[in-house]
Design a protein around this ligand. Structure first.
Ligand code: FAD
Length: 439
């Protein structure tokens, strides 16, 4: 029995065992909580985490976004040390290849990003078009924007001008196996007596005396705990609806269909070893090297593209024209990119919030919390989402009123404080947000 009077084998139930759900389990067990992660999949990290490009970059549209991401980078750099426990499957690897962002009109030539990087002491280099070409000889640095659909008559027509240049952030990279990273967190949590329950679907949030007191599963079983945390990824809105908390939130979430194209680089260029992450708002694509000398190409959600919001339990998982659109757009920048018709890559869902910034918060139902709205950009922050949510849950259960007096979080590696209230469910839409995957 705990202070809420709820008799239970667990202190907290976490719905979801993706990279963020598992990180929250880990951080709560470190505080001595008895946790249970429940997932409908057969193991950890099989949801949107498995589809993730797992890019760890340090530039965001907001100050808090940059600070959290730079702190997060330090966790990935010390992944084994952070976990405190080995995994029999091995550890996911952080490949620190760096990230180059083109300076375009769309991103205001990175004026704000540069000043935030200076403020946070994030290292960066300025590259002009000649320097970009010396690092990436396959590149055409001419300006193609604004981004268009391939059926636009001006698609593929470059201006006579080169792009202004780019900013290169060396403290960036990607994790080679995002599903494994969630499994690493699962094993680390289990080593601290956390429990995972798979192949089990939550169908009801139990409420007693006006507070959450557990969940009901599709097989009819009830599991009780005084704290329930929604970390259900693209299903987050459904879980909030089950808890009856969605209506009262100012910022809501929904599932967006996304595609990542997976192709060979221009012949003779070792993209895996020589390239890096690229954010290119002039063509509306981001990309990164992939094992086996491939390029992963994702969309930066330009305005001309349709956004396909879906029911996460009933959607078409096939590729659409988006796959080709991304390939053709990338071929503007890499003219020798082989235009394959062999469609490979990933079709998945983002859990998008109204302003593409996550919600790490309590709810209006005591005992019910959420780490949702990851908007295609929170893989990198998973360990910190764990740290932040563990603090939030602990303090709120101790009686702190986080809505009235928002908690802050000390970022130990970069020695900064951030206001957890920034991620409130009741914030106004953040006007600084890119309203895209860039956050
Ligand atoms: C294509 C793609 C590319 C991305 N690229 C990047 C990137 O480069 N960098 C970056 O930082 N971020 C990226 N992201 C975002 C990042 O991957 C996600 O933010 C992160 O993986 C979310 O983790 P999660 O644990 O919240 O959710 P998930 O991994 O989706 O886990 C949620 C879990 O909840 C379970 N669940 C749902 N409903 C129920 C229920 N009723 N009962 C039981 N279990 C339930 C699901 O089975 C699932 O396993 C990308 C995402 C996608 C889709």
């Amino acid at each position: 029995m705990n202070s809420t009077g709820i008799k239970s084998a667990y202190d907290a139930i976490i719905i979801g065992a993706g990279v963020i759900g598992s990180a929250i389990g880990f951080e709560l067990t470190k505080k001595g909580w008895k946790t249970l992660n429940i997932d409908r999949n057969p193991t950890s990290g099989y949801g949107s985490t498995a589809a993730s490009c797992a890019i760890v970059r340090v530039h965001y549209s907001t100050f808090d976004g940059c600070a959290l991401a730079y702190e997060g980078y330090h966790y990935w750099k010390r992944w084994g040390e952070y976990l405190e426990f080995p995994d029999e499957k091995g550890l996911a690897k952080f490949i620190e290849c760096g990230c180059m962002v083109y300076q375009t009109k769309t991103n205001q030539y990175l004026k704000k990003v540069i000043s935030r990087a200076e403020e946070l002491n994030i290292p960066f280099e300025r590259w002009n078009p000649a320097q970009i070409k010396s690092r990436l000889p396959i590149v055409d640095t001419r300006q193609y924007g604004p981004v268009k659909l391939p059926n636009n008559k001006d698609f593929g027509r470059a201006s006579n001008n080169d792009l202004r240049g780019s900013i290169f952030f060396p403290t960036a990279g990607y994790v080679n196996d995002p599903q494994l990273s969630a499994h690493n967190l699962q094993r680390a949590t289990e080593a601290k007596n956390g429990t995972f329950l798979f192949n089990s679907s939550v169908t009801e949030i139990l409420v007693r005396k006006s507070r959450a007191f557990g969940v009901k599963l599709s097989d009819g079983r009830e599991i009780h705990a005084p704290v329930v945390i929604n970390v259900a990824g693209p299903h987050s809105m459904k879980i909030n609806q089950l808890a009856g908390v969605e209506e009262k939130m100012n910022i809501k979430t929904k599932a967006l269909k996304v595609e990542v194209s997976h192709v060979k680089p221009p012949y003779g260029f070792d993209y895996e070893k020589q390239a890096f992450i690229v954010s290119d708002s002039d063509i509306g694509c981001y990309s990164r090297p992939e094992t086996g000398n491939h390029i992963l190409i994702g969309s930066e959600d330009p305005e001309c593209d349709e956004r396909i919001f879906v029911d996460p339990d009933d959607w078409d998982e096939n590729f659409t024209d988006q796959w080709n659109t991304q390939l053709y757009r990338q071929a503007q920048r890499y003219p020798d990119l082989p235009l394959s018709s062999n469609i490979k890559g990933v079709v998945s869902l983002y859990d998008v919030s109204d302003d593409w910034i996550p919600i790490y918060d309590k709810s209006d139902l005591p005992g019910f919390y959420m780490a949702i709205g990851s908007s295609g950009n929170q893989y990198k922050n998973a360990p910190l989402a764990g740290v932040m949510m563990a603090k939030l849950v602990e303090k709120c259960e101790d009686g702190i009123n986080h809505d009235r007096d928002p908690l802050s979080l000390h970022l130990k590696y970069i020695n900064r404080e951030i206001n957890i209230g920034f991620y409130s469910r009741n914030r106004k839409i953040n006007p600084e947000s890119s309203l895209s995957v860039l956050g």
